[in-house]
Design a protein. Structure first.
Length: 81
């Protein structure tokens, strides 16, 4: 599977689990300006950034393990030759 497809699938899953971050950002920008709602912006930004970074790390780990399995399989086939 291509790396982009893996990333998009994992990122979609992360946004389902971490939906509160984007919701905080939407509510912050949709609501009238209020200094007491500043926490929504910062927490929404932090949660959304964490979702993206976690998806990148999980994608990297997944792609590396798939490549290692494929290399081991190719080595085994070459030995059986």
């Amino acid at each position: 599977m291509s790396t982009l497809r893996v990333y998009l699938r994992i990122q979609a899953m992360m946004f389902v689990f971490g939906l509160v971050g984007p919701i905080f950002l939407v509510v912050f920008f949709a609501a009238p300006p209020d200094p007491e709602m500043r926490w929504m912006f910062w927490w929404g930004l932090f949660i959304t950034a964490a979702d993206i970074l976690i998806a990148l790390v999980v994608t990297d780990s997944t792609v590396r393990s798939e490549r290692a399995v494929a290399a081991a399989h190719a080595r085994q086939e070459a030995e059986d030759g």
